[in-house]
Design a protein around this ligand. Structure first.
Ligand code: ADP
Ligand code: 3PG
Ligand code: MG
Length: 419
């Protein structure tokens, strides 16, 4: 027998029976902090949400982060929130990347004033912090406007640390980055994991020590970003079901005609390597496809891979593949899904992705533990109104892939051990 003990300092030890090794996962939880009342808390959130003309298009990440904010307010802390937004040029402030719309959104959601500080380096910030009363909130302007953030600068980290008594990382989605406000900052303050970070780790951890059979469904566009996941799970997963443009690279690597379908050289080379190394045994490619031969994608035909013409675009998995993949979903105990099965934004090519979403939702209510991540994949869940049926919808895209691939997670280092 193999045992996994996930031990959280705040909760009773969790025991997951798996095989023969014992894992002890310890999380430095926010719930361990005594006397939060009056404490100045530097809270790193990931409020990196899509914004257009000052309007937040998708509030999912913010909503998920509110639990920790509200916990701290209830405990009467003084909350100083740090986040990034987008990828601005360092030290070049611009309205497009401002967190001001997030400040407005928070104000409405939690029905409290938010003191938005747009100059982190000036006197304004120190003064504002010194005047804070319990259960008040300050939101700092986009931390990526500071040059030191992406450089993991100790100078910037110390500057932030001086503002607070405690540091909490709740920004799972950026915890794969060695940036000052998630990484080196932990050297300068007693540091803990926020409630969202803790949940991400506990739930994603279930894929690392899975109930079996474990099925991975991987689609989307860039194979290169998903290769580490395929590598890590090629033995652990019962099957890895591929779809989306990502599968095109494997078709091309096998020498099939793929017409005008989306591929990239680097990914085809990766696919060739995978095939050559014989890792292919449990990787499954679509058996039929939905294609268009018009640039406007208005026509759709079902084809087998050996029927693809020079002018075709492969834009979705076909019906037989959907049925085939559904059988695996039904028989799984754990499923991880990242990346749409096709160009689901187009009416005629959404069937594959949306069917997978629905099948996952139905089976999550039965015996499957489902984990889903990725910006567009979550969009597909929303389109099918299945987001609440999935067991864990990660706020991390790249971070989820990095965590599952057991890559370095500088934002988590020191907060979690034993995973
Ligand atoms: P996620 O953000 O969920 O991780 P990706 O960013 O990897 O997913 O990929 C999402 C995008 O992949 C979608 O916008 C979708 O239109 C596109 N896509 C999927 N399959 C295809 C395809 N066969 N051809 C072109 N684009 C595709
Ligand atoms: C994300 O959206 O995946 C995170 O906020 C990280 O953003 P980044 O890829 O710009 O570091
Ligand atoms: Mg994406």
């Amino acid at each position: 027998m193999l045992f996994v003990i996930i031990f959280c300092e705040f909760a009773s030890p969790r025991l997951v029976c798996l095989g023969r090794i014992i894992f002890i996962m310890k999380i430095k939880s926010i719930k361990n902090i005594k006397n939060l009342a009056g404490k100045r808390v530097l809270l790193r959130c990931d409020f990196n949400v899509p914004i257009k003309n000052g309007r937040i298009l998708d509030d999912y990440k913010i909503i998920k982060g509110l639990e920790t904010v509200e916990y701290l307010l209830k405990k009467k802390s003084k909350v100083i929130i740090v986040s990034h937004l987008g990828r601005p040029d360092a030290a070049k402030k611009n309205a497009k990347h401002s967190l001001l719309p997030v400040a407005e959104f928070l104000k409405e959601k939690i029905k409290r004033p938010i003191n938005f500080i747009n100059d982190i380096s000036g006197f304004q910030l120190g003064t504002a912090v010194s005047k804070m009363k319990n259960s008040e909130i300050i939101l700092l302007e986009n931390i990526r406007f500071e040059k030191g953030e992406k450089e993991n600068s100790a100078v910037l980290a110390r500057h932030l640390a001086k503002l607070a008594d405690v540091y909490i990382n709740d920004a799972f989605a950026v915890s794969h980055r060695a940036h000052a406000s998630v990484s080196v900052i932990k050297k300068y303050l007693p540091s803990y994991a926020g409630l969202l970070l803790e949940k991400e780790i506990l739930h994603l951890g279930k894929a690392l020590n899975p109930a079996r059979p474990l099925i991975l469904i991987i689609g989307g566009v860039k194979l290169a970003t998903k290769i580490p996941l395929i590598k890590k799970f090629r033995k652990k997963a019962h099957r890895i079901l591929l779809g989306g443009a990502l599968a095109n690279n494997f078709f091309a690597a096998h020498g099939y005609e793929i017409g005008r379908s989306l591929v990239d050289k680097e990914s085809v080379a990766f696919a060739k390597k995978i095939i050559k190394k014989g890792w292919y045994k449990n990787i499954i490619l679509p058996i039929d496809l939905r294609v268009s031969n018009k640039k406007s994608f208005w026509d759709a035909h079902n084809k087998k891979i050996n029927e693809i013409g020079k002018k075709d675009y492969i834009l979705d998995i076909g019906n037989e593949t959907v049925d085939f993949y559904k059988k695996y979903i039904k028989g799984a105990a754990t499923i991880v899904w990242n990346g749409p099965m096709g160009m689901f934004e187009e009416q005629k090519f959404k069937h594959g992705t949306l069917s997978i979403a629905r099948s996952l939702a139905v089976n999550s209510k039965k015996s499957v533990f489902s984990i889903v991540g990725g910006g567009e994949t979550i969009e597909a869940l929303k389109m099918t109104k299945t987001i609440n049926d999935i067991n864990w919808v990660s706020t991390g895209g790249g971070a989820m892939l990095a965590f599952l691939s057991k890559e370095k997670m500088p934002g988590i280092k020191g907060l979690v051990s034993g995973f």
